[in-house]
Design a protein around this ligand. Sequence first.
Ligand SMILES: [Fe+2]
Length: 169
Amino acid sequence: MPTSYKPVFQLKLTRLTDNTHDPATALSVMQEYHGLLLSICDRLEAIADTLPVPVNVSECRFLSQELLPSMKASHRFEEERFFMSARLTINGGAVLDDVIARLCEEHREDQFFAEEICEEMRILVAGTHCNNAEVTGYMLRGFFGQMRRHIAFERDFLCIPMAQRLAKI
Ligand SMILES: [Fe+2]
């Protein structure tokens, strides 16, 4: 396991404290969740690169167990804490509200897609090889590409403007 990776439950226990209502803390926790999800993207990409065989079975098992809880924890934090902090800090009005509504919709879509990826990981664990490597590789690349774009958008349109506003306070 890369040393930079933090299991989601450790992250929740150590960082999700009451002071996440503080915008600077909310931003910091959000950046940690982004880092966690991007590290999962990198690990999925490594699996896609090794298809069709041999696949790293223990890595597939780990991802089949961690992907969905990590993603749900991040989305929960975003929707319950971070987006409100971003709205108050950036003060982006109706345009920002529309952006946040679209991001929430993307969260639902990403979670459905993540369930399919977890099932694909379980198939790889059970069979140690892929029945249709091209389809599996296409799925994995579609998933982590979408997740990276989502995170890049949140970074550019929420995290960076928020950090700039906080630096002026
Ligand atoms: Fe998000």
